[in-house]
Structure formats: C-alpha cells, structure tokens
Design a protein around this ligand. Sequence first.
Ligand SMILES: NC(=O)c1ccc[n+]([C@@H]2O[C@H](COP(=O)([O-])OP(=O)(O)OC[C@H]3O[C@@H](n4cnc5c(N)ncnc54)[C@H](O)[C@@H]3O)[C@@H](O)[C@H]2O)c1
Length: 303
Amino acid sequence: MVGVGRYDVVLCDYVINEGLIKDIRNRVEVVRCDVSNPYDVYEIFKKYRPDAVVHLAALLSANAETNPHIGFRVNFEGSWNVYEAARIFDTKTIVYPSSIAAYGAGLEGKEVVDEEIYTLPKTLYGVSKQFNEMLGMWYYWRYGVNFIALRLASVIGPGRKDGGASAYTTLIIQKAAQGEPYEIPVEEDVRIPIVYIKDVTDLIIHILENPSKAKSRIYNVQGPYPSPTARELADTVKSIVPSAQLMFKPNPTITNIVKTWPRDLSMDRIKNELGWAPKYGDLKALIQDFINEVRKHPDIFTI
Ligand SMILES: NC(=O)c1ccc[n+]([C@@H]2O[C@H](COP(=O)([O-])OP(=O)(O)OC[C@H]3O[C@@H](n4cnc5c(N)ncnc54)[C@H](O)[C@@H]3O)[C@@H](O)[C@H]2O)c1
C-alpha cells in the first residue's frame, strides 16, 4: 500500500478526476466506487479495513435540488451504506462534512449561530446534511462509532463547480487569478461564511490524530470572521488583481438557496473542545494564498 505522510490512503470516487489528484496520484490507492451501491462500499471496507473514513461523496446543493432522486440515493442511502460498512468492518472514526446548509430557515434575526440551535433546512441537500448528522450520532450512541460532523462554511478550494450554490466564493477568486471574466450569481450584499481548504484538511488531520478529544459530535467550521459579503470578496480580490473582471449577475435560484444559510458560525465549541482555530482567518491572506495556488497549478484549476 502507498502512503500520504504517516497514512495509507484509499481514495474512492464514482468519477476519478485524474487532473485533480495528479500531485498525489502515486501516493494513494485509487478505487472507483458508487456509494449508493452497498456492494461497492462493502467490498472496499472488506478489502482495506480502514481505521477511519472521511465520507465526502455527495451531490451538492444545486445538483441535488435539480436531481432529487439521484440526490436521495447518493446523499441519504450512500451515507447509510458507508456508516453501516464502518460498523461491520470495525472502522473506529467517521468524519462527515456537514454544512451551513444544515441550518436552513428559521434563523431570522440571528447573525451568529451555534451548534445547538434548532435547524430547519429547506433544500434536499440541507435535509441530507441534517439527516446524516443524526444518523451518525445514532451510530455513536448505539455502536460507539466515533462519529464527528463538521458543519463547514463554503470551502474555498480546487474542484468547485457550479453544482454547489456557494461555488461563487471560490470562483470569484479563481477566475480573477486565471485572468477570466466571472459573473457573480448572487446579490452584492449576500453574506455567507467561508473557510479555506487548507484549514479544512488541517482540521481533519487534527481530528484523526486526536480521535478522543471530541466531546461533541457536531462542530461549526468557519475561517475569516465576520464572513464577507460578495461585494467585499470581489473588492478584496480586485485589491490584489486590479484587472479582475467581476460582474454581479444574480441568479434567483442560487440567491434563494444561499439566503437560507446563516451569516456567521460560532467557533466557540471547536476552539474550546478541539483546541483548533483556522490559520487563514484573515480574508486577504486567504485570497492571496489561493491566488498563488491557482497560478502555480493551472492544470488542477481547469473549471
Ligand atoms: N465545497 C463546499 O463548500 C462544502 C461545504 C460544506 C460541505 N461540503 C461537503 O464536502 C463534501 C465534498 O464536497 P466538494 O465541494 O468536494 O464537492 P465535489 O462535488 O467536488 O465532491 C463530491 C464528490 O462526490 C463524488 N460522488 C458523487 N456521487 C457519487 C457516488 N454515487 N459514489 C461515489 N462518489 C460520488 C463526486 O464524483 C465528487 O468527486 C460533500 O459532502 C459536500 O457536501 C462541501
């Protein structure tokens, strides 16, 4: 088996995007798998017997809303298959990327939300995030699986496509770094939390290396605080790339989805319990670093 750092990693996906994994291709085992097919999932767990699983496979918000049947099979049944395989094959830890979409409506007047607030997601994607949190907690209560859900802000990083309503937070920066025009699909004052992919991976490794630190099952994860409006994102990008061609062209479907999400996430729990804080809490530093990465790896950022 091949390894990344101290870990032997098996990367499973329905579509293997060779371009995206180019830099790690020789250090990970790559297996094609459909999470909605339990036999695919069980075969992999049986063969590799992982100590931990980071369950990322999903249809993102806009795609799940457009294709609800596939969204249900992948986002609901797929998670059941992964959690069940983890139980059967004695996988100790499941890390699940939940989302700000799990919060949904009912937060009017609340600027900062914590993990205990009542949530009422209004998209199929959001409902699946809430369901998968609860299902994972059931595996924790019933079988003692160390389940941890991370309610991630919109992630700035590679591979973002239009299938996620929050992809604009990445594409505003990426397209400017690539010298391409970009139409921002939300209103200027829309404000959603963001986090840098480098912080997300750092956090997942932190959890895998400290599996017993978590006292709770759900943690909010946000980078810069308070979260920027779309206008502030665009202006900060332009302060670094003055030639950036960014135009606002709000798309009602996307605007309606993102407006059901909270504006800021309380980070008290993750700081106090896991002793973790983002390294990229400064918006300009995050954007500058991401621009450098996009320019350094043009073959990875092909969207
Ligand atoms: N990107 C974000 O801002 C963000 C924020 C919060 C949570 N998340 C969650 O993080 C995870 C990864 O998101 P991402 O942004 O990398 O999205 P992505 O679309 O790039 O990744 C999802 C992956 O799931 C795979 N997939 C889809 N159907 C599958 C199936 N049936 N079997 C196996 N694999 C399948 C896709 O091929 C894709 O590689 C998702 O669960 C997403 O909900 C993402």
